[in-house]
Design a binder for this molecule. Structure first.
Ligand code: BES
Ligand code: MN
Ligand code: ZN
Length: 496
């Protein structure tokens, strides 16, 4: 990944800022309001085209020349309606604005953090700028570095004390999210399970213990789900076991990520094949867990965190599993594989079972691009969340809210559990009946957590998008990294 620009904080007057572009927020329909008064001046001084149709819609931008000013130009960015202002609208406006000036500016300043006088607003603006400045260019031979090198936030003097810490946290969160994006967007021929395991060994900070289980070890340990899915591929599976251990941890949690490095569906081949392209991102859950582990030590998270990256490629090779095969999972349960495209729950089952074996673990959270049904139900922009524990559910929903990453609670209907029964094995991976697909997958996963408090984030909607949108780039978005980091930051031992 190209390195993200530096972020500075200042209380200097606008007129003293010598930058290529000054980003000024404007509420919808009103060129006035906190942090925006300077826009009035800018509009008078800058060269405003008479026929502009800028309305201040969220994320809308208008570039103005600024003759006689220290700024090369002024970029107005819409904040949307004033009564809908939130940290997330600031984050989004910052993302749109920075993307619009990226090709032309080297140095940028913004008054966005003046709109709402809070540390949370400073943090959101910094996150929006950093996340919006990202682009995936590892695979381009002609990639230039990101042009913007320095971004300056003008903050009210009342906030100057906390602002540096807020910006530092924003950077760590943004770097973590971008690490996840890089993995999701990278081409699947370049990174199978082995390469992702190598990445964990080479790139995670020293504070993280990394242990890799290869196919022989997985065989010895009875991880039948990972092995079964990988059989159709020339690439062997890997389980990457991560551990972050602070001194005197207040709790211990385990994060499990679905890491299907490409999902063709296997013998139950996906149709039409045009929907397959985004399946290079079917390791999105593992990428999120990876991203979280890049940040734990730097943030000083007081929680012991374990991680399991469940890595395999789902291909229809000559030795692929067949619909109706029966396999045995890590926890001893047998599963009849009725559809080889429901592979995520098979690899996750082993990771969940391993996490649940350890009595030290207070909570398990898994992240997976698990079902098309999840985004059909609630849309492409929100994660579906399931949980067997109300406290954990509440904590994660509030963390998601703080991160501006929409998450919506879906049910684990007990009545549907009987649809997981198989005629020949303990479980059927598809489930009889053709309803509540996201819930059926979650109910399947629940069989492997052995009663440990557990939550499941189905990110099949938001892990990927086709177009740039605010601070989220097209393709891998890294959504859910900041939710998990906010959750871990909020931990104070109350989970014990
Ligand atoms: N990786 C897919 C789910 C998915 C689909 C994620 C589209 C993101 C976008 C998963 O392995 C899958 O194929 N699920 C099936 C389950 C079905 C066979 C029960 C699905 O959702 O159709
Ligand atoms: Mn699948
Ligand atoms: Zn999949």
């Amino acid at each position: 990944m190209a390195e993200l620009p530096a972020v500075h904080v200042t209380t200097d007057a606008i007129g003293d800022l010598d930058v290529d572009a000054l980003i000024v927020p404007v509420f919808r329909g009103a060129i006035e309001g906190p942090g925006t008064d300077v826009a009035l001046r800018a509009l008078q001084l800058a060269d405003v085209p008479r026929d502009h149709d800028f309305r201040g819609k969220l994320g809308e931008v208008l570039h103005l020349a600024a003759p006689g000013q220290p700024w090369g130009r002024v970029t107005l960015v819409g904040l949307g309606r004033m009564d809908q202002l939130s940290s997330e609208t600031l984050r989004r406006a910052a993302g749109s604005a920075i993307r619009s000036v990226l090709p032309r500016a080297r140095t940028v300043a913004t008054t966005l953090a003046l709109v709402e006088s809070s540390i949370e607003a400073v943090r959101a603006v910094a996150e929006g700028l950093l996340l919006g400045a990202y682009r995936y260019d590892d695979a381009r031979s002609d990639a230039d570095p990101i042009a913007v090198t320095d971004m300056t936030l003008v903050v009210p003097s009342s906030l100057v004390d906390g602002a540096d810490t807020a910006v530092a946290r924003a950077r760590i969160h943004a770097d973590a999210q971008c690490a996840a994006r890089d993995i999701v967007s990278s081409p699947p021929n370049r990174r199978g399970p082995v390469e992702i395991a190598d990445l964990a060994v080479e790139q995670l900070p020293d504070a993280i213990d990394v242990e890799v289980w290869d196919e022989d070890r997985l065989e010895e340990e009875g991880c039948g789900g990972l092995l079964a899915v990988a059989r159709g591929s020339a690439r062997p599976p890997r389980l990457v076991r991560l551990r972050y251990q602070p001194t005197d941890p207040v709790a211990c949690v385990s994060l499990i990520g679905k890491g299907i490095t490409f999902d063709t569906g296997g013998i139950s081949l996906k149709r039409p094949s045009s929907i397959m392209e985004s399946m290079k991102g079917d390791l999105g859950g593992a990428a999120v867990v990876f991203g979280v582990f890049t940040a734990l030590a730097e943030l000083g998270i007081p929680v012991e965190v374990r991680g399991e990256l469940c890595l395999a490629e789902n291909m229809p090779g000559a030795d692929a599993q067949r619909p109706s095969d029966v396999i045995r999972m890590r926890n001893g349960m047998t599963v009849e594989v009725m559809n080889t495209d429901a592979e995520g729950r098979l690899v996750m089952a082993d990771g969940l079972a391993l996490a649940a074996e350890d009595d030290d673990v207070d909570a398990i959270v898994d992240v997976a691009t698990l079902t098309g049904a999840a985004f059909r139900a609630i849309g492409k922009r929100a994660s579906a969340i399931f949980a067997n524990d109300d406290d954990l559910l509440r904590q994660l929903l509030s963390a998601a809210d703080a991160a501006g990453e929409a998450a919506w609670h879906l049910p684990l209907w007990e009545d549907l559990r009987e649809n997981l029964e198989s005629d020949v094995a303990d479980l059927d991976n598809l489930g009889r009946g053709d309803e509540a697909g996201a819930t059926m997958a979650a109910l399947f996963l629940r069989e492997f957590v052995d009663g440990t408090p557990w939550a499941h984030l189905d990110i099949a909607g938001p892990f990927w998008q086709d177009e740039d949108r605010y601070h989220l780039p097209r393709h891998g978005t890294g959504v859910a990294v900041r939710t998990l980091l906010r959750w871990l930051e909020a931990a104070d031992g109350s989970q014990r």
